[in-house]
Write a protein that binds this ligand. Structure first.
Ligand code: AMP
Ligand code: MG
Length: 337
């Protein structure tokens, strides 16, 4: 794997996701209290954590990721009482959504309370909040007794990490400690819902399908960047995101795959949606499940694996064009950009 060369690997500590060791959690909180960065598993992807209320620590996240300072981070909390303390207003709708989906992969964007450092929000007057379900994430927030800012633990625009080794190869020594709690169960990021406008709006499709959100509230879908002014930019909405180094090509028709493989001299990886008869020659073929949730779970790990093989291209058969696949299709389109 090219990208690990010359990069000292940070300290990786194993932690049981079912019952996180108190001493490991304590050690991690010590690193956080000193202003350091700890990568930890969540149910979506691995997060790169720092004390959310410490502007210097939060700034370190941006530096480690190479992420522009105007791309806001999500603050992770245990639940509604912590969340509402960070919000200027906590609406009954926020309450309803939180009681239905927290702890879990839903992020709510609300107006930021006075006194919360603006660096976490990239200067915006809002703040994004989520209560993760993963026992390691929860143990860490509880032991620290403060919210933890944590974007995905990877370099800006590259593939999100769903296991500790992905974090180590992407961030190297830019992270002080990595808690290895196995694979992230959802495999894609949280669904982000903006509650600051007249109507609730999905800023990013994610692990909670839009159909489930609609059982609570009728949301609209933000199309394209919210605004070109820096205060409302959402990183998950960048045209390029989640991208491997290898060229990725999304194809709508299975019968086009053979020609594309030929054009690249067979030095390609192919990701199929479901099982298929293979009428093409490729270096590696991966059949991901034809179920959007199971597909999402495997997607980033598959891209990491194919990206490390020095192939000329990764060809991805586009998944079905229906609502349950919106989050996966969104990742694939941005990975291709
Ligand atoms: P991640 O790198 O996965 O933590 O991405 C954070 C996501 O949260 C982005 O895609 C944004 O859409 C969203 N986000 C975070 N904070 C805000 C905010 N204050 N306003 C709008 N979107 C936000
Ligand atoms: Mg990210």
């Amino acid at each position: 794997m090219k990208r690990t060369i010359n990069k000292p690997v940070s300290r990786i500590v194993m932690i049981d996701p079912a019952s996180p060791s108190t001493s490991v959690v304590r050690e991690a909180t010590r690193v956080l209290r000193q202003g350091g960065l700890v990568a930890f598993p969540t149910e979506t992807v691995y997060g790169l954590g720092a004390r959310a209320l410490d502007p210097e620590a939060v700034t370190r996240i941006f530096t480690a990721k190479g992420r522009p300072a105007n791309h806001p981070l999500i603050a992770h909390v245990l639940g509604v009482s912590d969340a509402s303390a960070l919000a200027a207003r906590w609406s009954s709708l926020a309450d309803e959504l939180a009681s239905r989906f927290w702890p879990g992969p839903l992020t709510l964007v609300v107006e930021r309370a006075v006194g919360i450092p603006s660096v976490i929000s990239g200067g915006a007057s809002t703040v994004a909040l989520r209560a993760p379900a993963h026992p390691v994430a929860r143990a860490l927030i509880a032991a620290l007794g403060e919210p933890i800012a944590a974007p995905s633990a990877n370099r800006y625009q590259s593939i999100s990490p769903t296991q500790a080794s992905h974090v180590a190869s992407s961030l190297g020594s830019n992270v002080d400690m990595i808690l290895d709690g196995g694979r992230s169960l959802c495999g894609i990021e949280s669904t982000v819902v903006d509650l600051t406008g007249e109507r609730p709006r999905i800023l990013r499709h994610g692990a909670i399908p839009i159909g489930s959100i609609r059982t609570v509230v009728d949301v609209e879908i933000a199309t394209g960047p919210v605004a070109s002014n820096s205060s409302r930019v959402s990183p998950g909405m960048d045209a390029r995101h989640y991208a491997p180094k290898t060229k990725l090509v999304l194809v709508d028709r299975r019968d086009l795959i053979a020609d594309m493989c030929l054009a690249e001299g067979g030095s390609v990886g192919v990701i199929l949606c479901g099982v298929a008869d293979r009428s093409f020659e490729a270096s590696r073929v991966v059949e991901l499940p034809a179920d959007s949730e199971l597909y999402a779970r495997e997607l980033f790990a598959t891209l990491h694996d194919l990206d490390a093989r020095g192939l000329k291209a990764v060809i991805v058969e586009a998944p079905p064009n229906d609502e349950s696949w919106l989050a996966v299709r969104d990742r694939l389109v941005r990975a291709q950009a």
